[in-house]
Design a protein around this ligand. Sequence first.
Ligand SMILES: [Zn+2]
Length: 137
Amino acid sequence: MARQIVPMTDEALEKILRSALVAAGASKFWHVVAKLKNERVNPDRGKKMLFKWHVIRMAYQRQKGICSICRDDMALDRSKIEGDHFDPNLTEEQGLNKLDNCRAVHVKCNREKGSKTPSEVAKWKGKTLVEVLGDES
Ligand SMILES: [Zn+2]
């Protein structure tokens, strides 16, 4: 389940940085810049990001079989469903791969999300860009 990493264009990066500055204010700006750099250089930061099937199945039941991304029904089929991390910035000790950090989604929906920019993901998740990038300051 390797994530495909698409290099960011300078134009896209500038757009993100501008919206980050507006969303976060100057005080958090450099924190966000550091986060973005980290995302680009090493998206998974060497962490093991994988949900066990029983965790995905529990998330599936909690969502009543509805995909968190497209809101359509999902068949309980291991080849078509996977877990998506609410907060990919958690450590394993903080529960990176636990149920509380898992939402069940279609594999195809998650692949589409993988090609989105952070600001598009934020829009999709109904979160601010800063929330998506992780606000730890
Ligand atoms: Zn879906």
